[in-house]
Design a binder for this molecule. Structure first.
Ligand code: AMP
Ligand code: TRP
Length: 351
């Protein structure tokens, strides 16, 4: 039989009332302070607010560029350990790796038939990641945003916390939902809200205030890894590039001082306060004074996470068990949504 096409009245569409949060992080390389402040710490806040939260380790996205198989396995477990150490409770949030839930890949294919080549051609992350030799980039790297839309929409998620760099991908997700709904005359997929807020939506490199802090930067001194020990964190902050001026007495005084602004933003995000409050407390300070305070704060906040990650990594079988449990829960939500998607498209369903 072919199932009925579900219309807006079925309650699963864009006007779904219950908020549901979804976000993902790639298991490639080590987690950075940028991931922690721009994403994970906020994921924990959303979990604590009592909203339904789904967090995914996006291994299918990671393989859009070459990953050594053993390194991928390790990075996946390390990321799971990072989530848990940062405060994600696998009982309260759904935590899993993408490849264990086939709905992502299937809906990703469907969305690659909805999205237009012209839309993907505008994606700046592809241009950055593919570099000069675009012809040699994988097809997956190009289609990446359609899979990301599938991640989110397979759960009818309504809110997506991410860093600033993902804004364009979320706009594409909205465009895909709108086009699918229009093409098929339904109100099925929600038009998601990006949640890009806080002092650290764009943590910059410690070596260059115009570049984002990234897992893939060749210089390890450019980033703080969640696995760095206290001495390494302190050294990286001490050596962070700055200008010779003392800290200004207002946030406006940070304009045109990207390195200074970055350190103030990092301080504010770690201390759960605003850049204005940090400036109020540290106005007129030289970096020789401010950097050690920042290093102390960073060590105080990050060292417990790094220790807990290390402890969790001693039992990989337990991590795998938790991910499997998360994948079962994720599939329970995504499979009915996929079944309805196939119905809407007109695919024959015999079972
Ligand atoms: P990725 O490591 O690229 O999978 O990113 C995972 C999440 O971390 C996404 O929400 C990113 O926007 C966020 N993120 C990555 N790097 C940074 C950064 N330097 N500043 C703020 N957020 C970041
Ligand atoms: N593209 C995101 C990044 O690189 C990771 C990601 C994949 C994601 N799927 C997602 C983020 C769904 C939010 C929602 O940071």
């Amino acid at each position: 039989m072919t199932g009925a096409v579900h219309t807006p009245r079925d309650g699963g569409g864009a006007n779904r009332r219950t908020p549901r949060v979804f976000s993902g992080i790639q298991p490639s390389g080590h987690l950075t302070l940028g991931n922690y402040l721009g994403a994970m710490k906020r994921f924990v806040d959303m979990q604590e607010s009592g909203t339904e939260t789904i967090y995914c380790i996006v291994d299918l996205h990671a393989i859009t560029v070459w990953q050594d198989p053993a390194a991928l396995t390790r990075a996946t477990r390390e990321l799971a350990a990072g989530f848990i150490a940062a405060g994600i409770d696998p009982k309260r949030s759904v935590l899993f790796n993408q490849s264990q839930v086939p709905a992502h890949a299937e809906l990703g294919w469907i969305f690659s038939c909805v999205a237009r080549i012209g839309w993907l051609n505008r994606m700046t992350q592809f241009k950055d990641k593919a570099g000069k030799n675009r012809e040699a980039a994988s097809v997956g790297l190009y289609a990446y945003p359609t899979l990301m839309a599938a991640d989110i929409l397979a759960y009818h998620a309504t809110h997506v916390p991410v860093g600033e760099d993902q804004k364009q991908h979320l706009e594409l997700t909205r465009d895909i939902a709108i086009k699918f709904n229009q093409d098929f005359g339904v109100d099925f997929f929600p038009v998601v809200e990006p949640v890009i807020e806080g002092a650290a939506t764009r943590v910059m490199s410690l070596r260059d205030g115009s570049k984002k802090m990234s897992k893939s930067d060749p210089s390890d001194m450019s980033r703080i890894n969640l696995t760095d020990d206290a001495d390494t964190i302190a050294k990286k902050i001490r050596k962070a590039r700055t200008d010779p001026e003392p800290l200004p007495d207002s946030v406006e005084g940070l304009e045109d001082r990207p390195e200074a602004r970055n350190l103030v933003n990092i301080y504010a995000a770690l201390a759960d306060t605003t850049p204005g409050a940090v400036i109020a407390d540290h106005a007129g300070q030289q970096f020789a004074t401010f950097k050690p305070s920042l290093a102390d704060l960073a060590v105080a906040k990050l060292a417990p996470i790094s220790e807990e990650m290390g402890r969790l990594m001693e039992d990989p079988a337990e991590i795998d068990r938790l991910l499997g449990h998360g994948a079962d829960r994720a599939a329970e939500i995504a499979e009915p949504i996929l079944a309805r998607t196939r119905d809407i498209i007109g695919m024959v369903r015999s079972r």
